[in-house]
Design a protein around this ligand. Sequence first.
Ligand SMILES: NC(=O)c1ccc[n+]([C@@H]2O[C@H](COP(=O)([O-])OP(=O)(O)OC[C@H]3O[C@@H](n4cnc5c(N)ncnc54)[C@H](O)[C@@H]3O)[C@@H](O)[C@H]2O)c1
Length: 255
Amino acid sequence: MTEATRAVLVTGAAGGIGGAVARRFAASGWRVLLTDVEPVALAATAAACGGAAHRVVDLRSTARCRELVEWAAAEGGRLDGLVNAAGVWREGPAATTTEADFDVVFDVNVKGLYFTTAAAIPYLAQSGGFVVNLSSDAGIQGNTGAAAYSASKGAVALFTKSLALELAPQGVRVNAICPGDVASPMLEFQAHTYGGGDPAAYYERLLSGYPQGPGRARFIRPEEVAALVEFLSRPEAAPITGATLSIDFGYSAGK
Ligand SMILES: NC(=O)c1ccc[n+]([C@@H]2O[C@H](COP(=O)([O-])OP(=O)(O)OC[C@H]3O[C@@H](n4cnc5c(N)ncnc54)[C@H](O)[C@@H]3O)[C@@H](O)[C@H]2O)c1
């Protein structure tokens, strides 16, 4: 008897990390169900995953989050995993953060992630599945100049821990990954939107914060994050739940 193909829903699949996660699971024989708000790049990821099922969804609507999970469970015939990689970045001093920026950061990074996960719980309980949430180094330590983003990622970290406790009796594991700076469209957006017209200087400033020092520091590759996500789906990762796992070249290890 062959084991039924396991199915994983990946949000933010048009993005750097979500795209790499989708390709990694597809290459490992999983059925991948993909979603994002950006249709063109989402279709490209789906094509790179051998024509995977995909659906354009704006996760700011909790009703759409629920519909998304129902669609994924129907397409997959089951749901063994959920990777929450959708996210947005906004920066600027707390004193001048607009309500619009605050709302989009919390609506996508926290509310969308929360209600997508909540809708998936019955399916994950049935399969003994897993959740991986993308938090950030900014979710476990403060981030100068990005207080709203940092607060949203801190919420993801403690949602992860709380849910891990809640779902442990049902055999569902829930973990958060906390990357440092990953070479992705988000990082390019940051540099071009907030770099004062000099993206290269923005990148340089970020890299100067790493303990490797000049010449040795580099940005993390999305594929390196995807490898850690996929590891967390494996039986060897059975003892790992409620964790916030750093993948950041030591950026958050201390001063
Ligand atoms: N890139 C980094 O340096 C970095 C570092 C730490 C954590 N993270 C987190 O990892 C996750 C993935 O980041 P990434 O670097 O791949 O960014 P990315 O911008 O490449 O991908 C994020 C994706 O989320 C999607 N998205 C945005 N708003 C949405 C909405 N309303 N509904 C549905 N989808 C929406 C975007 O379209 C995009 O494709 C994010 O949660 C991010 O905060 C990124």
